[in-house]
Design a protein. Structure first.
Length: 217
């Protein structure tokens, strides 16, 4: 019975890794659609969002089934609770990539952000990619130290988010209200993507140590 339980739990872990890889790829494509006005990349993100949702549903169903059949306690119960929390954060990260892609499509064939903002969004996307990669690694092989690095990455994302507002609120902003609103929302999408990555990392730390981190974002 324990071998069966462990095998089922490993399937849940792999589903989470697949979700992490999926949201990383989604945000990468969404960023390409955003900065390169790549319609195909944006459409691919939207078309494949349901795949991430399906993985989320599989995690929920398998965890609920395990809870019903196995009545786990202690560390096993903690692993399943962690899986549900992490899956929810990853699903939300996929939704945020979807939001970026839809914004890019709405402004197509023009780029959704002006040239002055592309360096900021390029850097935000690089941090988002790095954080999604780390989540995938800590889910494949739990590592509290690597998970804790996500807080520092998030600080860098927050700094970029603030610098974005510095440009948008400058007296010499020439692009009008609609472009400013789009840029504000896009900045928020990347910032929240990072927040959910931090949340997922904190849940992994809890799984490893049994200690609750600071209140999730």
């Amino acid at each position: 019975m324990r071998d069966e339980f462990r095998a089922d739990l490993q399937i849940v872990s792999q589903l989470l890794v697949d979700m992490a890889e999926g949201v990383r790829a989604a945000m990468h494509r969404a960023t390409r659609g955003l900065l390169k006005a790549d319609r195909e990349a944006s459409e691919a993100v939207i078309a494949r969002d349901s795949e991430i949702d399906d993985l989320y549903q599989q995690v929920e169903e398998r965890v609920c089934d395990l809870l019903a059949r196995q009545a786990p306690v202690a560390s096993d119960l903690r692993a399943m609770i962690t899986a549900l929390h992490v899956a929810a954060d990853l699903e939300r990260m996929g939704d945020l990539a979807d939001h970026v892609a839809k914004t890019a499509l709405r402004r197509h064939p023009s780029p959704a952000v002006p040239a002055e903002l592309r360096p900021v969004f390029t850097d935000m996307a690089a941090i988002a990619d790095r954080m999604a990669e780390k989540i995938g690694k800590v889910l494949a092989s739990p590592d509290a130290d690597l998970a804790a690095e996500l807080d520092r990455d998030d600080d860098a994302m927050d700094d970029l988010h603030k610098s974005l507002f510095g440009v948008l609120l400058g007296d010499d902003w020439p692009y009008g209200v609609e472009t400013a609103i789009d840029a504000t929302l896009l900045g928020r999408f990347y910032e929240r993507f990072a927040d959910h990555a931090v949340n997922a990392g904190e849940h992994v730390v809890y799984l490893i140590t049994g200690e609750t981190a600071a209140t999730p974002n």
